[in-house]
Design a protein around this ligand. Structure first.
Ligand code: ADP
Length: 480
């Protein structure tokens, strides 16, 4: 259960939903907050400017009408009351002695007001303040006039206006509520949309996973076919090519096993036939016994050769780490091989020649390389002509590789067989090869050994004229 829940939180769908919601909602929320803040400060600013203008006009009228000296002026009184009513605020006029001449709230009349703002306005400044906590705008403007005892015109009083911004706050909170509602609705739509999008996007992966499951369960023998976005198509193609190569591998393994069984059984069957025919006869002449026993020995040798070739091949199949690399004199190595093959060549009437262009020393696994070259030389002798046959082995090197060429003027390899002769158990001319003897494993062993040394093997052959094998091996062993 816990695993399922963890799996859900880690799922592509869940992550995509979260991502889409975050992408949708975070910028909207930020934008909304910024807009709301800007609206609030801008509305306070505008209101402040508006009231300041009104106050300045009034201060001017107060000055020209000499209201401070004569506060019983119904015209100005009504203007002051109007201003306080329009803006739902309070208007106070103080004279030079900081005494309140007019208070639209009638609370502080004749009192003295000495505040910092009033003092600043007496110095000629217009002061505006916004008290965000108690939500009111407060401003003071100087009233021009001749101050007592002064020679020049200056400030003779101050007009104070304080206005509540409660109505704006109401607007503001209404906007805030509407915005939150819009955000919540957007969130709900986003959740719905992102779930649909995420499920839709994950669907091809689900289909692919289902198809792989069916494929695995053997319900589908053909290739996978899943419709969806490019990535899924690519994935499907990769899986198809992977399963195809696995199938080839599996087929070749099965073929190999059946070939091995067949090859191992053939000498045994021959031996059984020979032994049975001896056992089935009453009085067998000793010559026949000897002849059959000699045949049985040949079959035993053949069986032995197949098994040892198979063992070599298995060893070659192991990781290249199994190579025991040492610095080896290749000239000596080839000479030893040729010396060993000389008796067979002489027996077949094949001339064996070695040509070395320079002394070569290379880092190789001596046993495996020796096996690889031996197989080539043995084949060149085996598949040769009855008269005038030769095998030329040459050794050369450049600064990077050494090259061994084994050239014969034997029976050659038919073109259609040339692509297959490195395969296990493959023999070009079945009847002829059987006569000559062999397991069909020699070239497979050679190729594996050369590849383990990160080398290459090349073949050139013309049927009836001869064959040349060339191997190229790095002088210094290249670790993988
Ligand atoms: P085998 O044990 O049959 O020699 P190999 O793997 O060594 O197995 O060779 C595979 C086949 O390639 C041989 O059966 C033979 O038909 C062909 N072949 C190999 N070398 C030569 C050669 N030098 N000339 C002609 N045919 C060759």
């Amino acid at each position: 259960m816990g695993k399922k829940i963890r799996g859900f939180f880690r799922s592509f769908v869940f992550r995509l939903v979260i991502l889409l919601i975050a992408i949708g909602i975070i910028p909207s929320a930020i934008l909304f907050t910024i807009l709301l803040r800007t609206y609030q400060s801008r509305s306070v600013d505008l209101k402040t400017i508006e009231i300041l203008n009104q106050a300045k006009i009034l201060a001017n009228t107060i000055s020209t009408e000499e209201y401070l000296q004569n506060p019983k002026n119904p015209g100005i009184d009504s203007q002051l009351t109007l201003l306080s009513k329009i803006y739902d605020g309070r208007v106070i006029v103080v004279n030079q002695a900081c005494r309140v001449v007019k208070d639209t709230y009638d609370m502080d009349r004749y009192k003295t007001i000495i505040s910092q703002e009033v003092m600043r306005s007496f110095r000629g400044e217009e002061v505006t303040n916004y008290d965000a906590e108690n939500r009111y705008i407060e401003l003071t403007v100087p009233v021009a006039g001749m101050a007592d005892g002064a020679d020049e015109p200056g400030v003779s009083g101050v007009l104070m206006v304080s206005v509540s911004t409660d109505t704006d706050a109401l607007n503001y909170s209404y906007l805030e509520r509407t915005g939150i509602m819009i955000l919540l609705t957007t969130l709900m739509v986003l959740v719905l949309l992102s779930v649909i999008i995420a499920i839709e996007m994950a669907a091809p992966f689900k289909r692919l996973s289902g198809a792989i499951h069916d494929f695995h369960a053997g319900m589908e023998n053909e290739v996978l076919s899943v419709k969806g976005h490019t990535e899924v198509q690519e994935l499907t193609e990769r899986i198809n090519s992977m399963t195809a190569s696995m199938k080839v591998l599996n087929d070749s393994r099965q073929e190999f096993v059946s070939n091995v069984s067949h090859e191992l059984k053939t000498p045994l069957t021959s031996m059984k036939v020979l032994a049975d025919s001896l056992n089935g006869q009453e009085s067998v002449p000793i010559e026949l016994y000897q002849e059959f026993m000699a045949d049985i020995t040949v079959e035993i040798d053949r069986e032995n050769k197949i098994i040892s070739d198979l063992l070599s091949l298995v060893r070659m199949d192991k990781a290249a780490a199994d190579l025991s690399v040492t610095s080896v004199n290749i000239n000596d190595l080839v000479e030893i091989i040729l010396k060993r093959c000389k008796p067979i060549a002489d027996k077949q009437g094949v001339e064996l020649v070695f040509e070395s262009f320079r002394p070569v020393t290379a880092e190789i696994d001596e046993v495996k390389m020796s096996l690889a070259i031996s197989n080539l030389v043995e084949n060149a002798i085996k598949y040769n002509r009855t008269e005038g046959g030769y095998v030329h082995v040459s050794l050369n090197a450049d600064y990077q590789f050494f090259y061994v060429t084994v050239e014969d003027n034997g029976i050659g390899i038919p073109e259609e067989s040339q692509d297959h002769i490195f395969e296990r158990f493959y023999r070009a001319d079945k009847s002829h090869s059987r006569e000559i003897g062999g397991t069909g494993l020699g070239l497979a062993i050679t190729r594996s050994a050369i590849l383990m040394h990160r080398g290459a093997i090349k073949l050139h052959s013309v049927e009836g004229e001869g064959t040349t094998f060339t191997i190229r091996v790095p002088l210094n062993y290249i670790e993988s």
